[in-house]
Design a protein around this ligand. Structure first.
Ligand code: ARG
Length: 287
């Protein structure tokens, strides 16, 4: 599978490079010339981005609107699959990605990240009636507390494709993942099902197709809330244990150096004048 993936990746890279060579957009965002600022996202990730009728709403949407306003640009929002975002930034199809996007070393090879504007936590969602209470219900540990094997090798994990939830859970059991890898790190046993959106993964959890969904904490809370009935019962719940901590940032094309500088400047101002906190607290109520 990994081998096949690397062939596909190589092809994607060749095509990408050919595209970059012929397209002037790979030069990055021309800050003085451009009037429009194109944001790309995957709007199935509340409270960061979702759709209310035809309208985009959420923390990332409001931050992007504020950035565009302060930079004197017209904002356009494009909603695509999460796994098309990085490529779209690399090829210059979109100017900036705000998608609750976690900064990772791997992604840094393809795009530049702004300063972080929020933190995320990967959590595990299970069915309310399941026996799982904490991460310790999944792993057997050695004396040092490192995971060595799974308690239930039939477990099925659901994630949104190519998200950090996918990356972490697809790792080897010894690296806190749920898969068994071969020596060359290709997947021997794949217990992870990759869905187009987080919402699809949650549906699969509710119908018993998977046992656990690994996803960012705020979307997880949103999904639990939207599945809660009038008497406060939800078919799904979040495990107490946090899986990992991460930073969210805005991604831009590697050549968009001026844009990146301007974005960081605006983020700094928005942190200092309270705008960022105000936007976040509109969508995330303190507990
Ligand atoms: N934070 C995770 C990541 O960067 C998930 C982000 C998913 N975002 C979205 N808009 N669907 O991989």
């Amino acid at each position: 599978m990994r081998k096949f993936l690397s062939v596909v990746m190589a092809l994607v890279m060749v095509v990408g490079m050919a595209f970059a060579a012929t397209s002037c957009s790979s030069k990055g965002y021309d800050f003085d010339k451009e009037t429009e600022l194109v944001m790309v996202t995957n709007a199935a990730f509340p409270p960061y981005e979702s759709k209310s009728g035809d309208e985009f709403v959420g923390i990332d949407i409001d931050i992007a609107k504020e950035i565009a306003k302060r930079l004197g640009k017209t904002l356009r929002i494009e909603d695509v699959d999460f796994n098309s975002i990085i490529t779209g930034i690399e090829t210059g199809k979109y100017d900036m990605a705000l998608a609750g996007m976690t900064v990772t070393e791997e992604r840094k090879k393809s795009v530049s990240f702004s300063d972080s504007y929020a933190t995320g936590i990967q959590v595990m969602i299970v069915r309310s009636d399941s026996q799982y209470q904490s991460i310790d219900d999944f792993f057997n540990y050695d004396e040092e507390g490192n995971p060595v094997s799974l308690k239930n090798t039939d477990i099925k994990i659901g994630v949104q494709q190519t998200t950090t939830g996918d990356i972490y859970s697809s790792a080897d059991v010894t690296g806190w993942g749920f898969n068994d890898l071969n020596e060359d790190e290709s997947i021997k046993t794949d217990r992870v099902t990759r869905y187009k959106t987080g919402a699809d993964a949650v549906e699969a959890l509710k119908t018993g197709k998977v046992d656990v969904v690994i996803i960012d904490n705020e979307p997880a809370k949103s999904f639990v809330a939207s599945n809660t009935d009038g008497s406060g019962n939800s078919p799904i719940r979040i495990l107490e244990t946090e899986y990992t901590n991460e930073d969210y940032a805005i991604a831009v094309n590697k050549n968009s150096t001026v844009l990146l500088e301007k974005i960081n400047q605006v983020l700094k101002e928005m942190k200092e004048d309270g705008t960022l906190d105000r936007i976040i607290s509109t969508y995330i109520k303190a507990e």
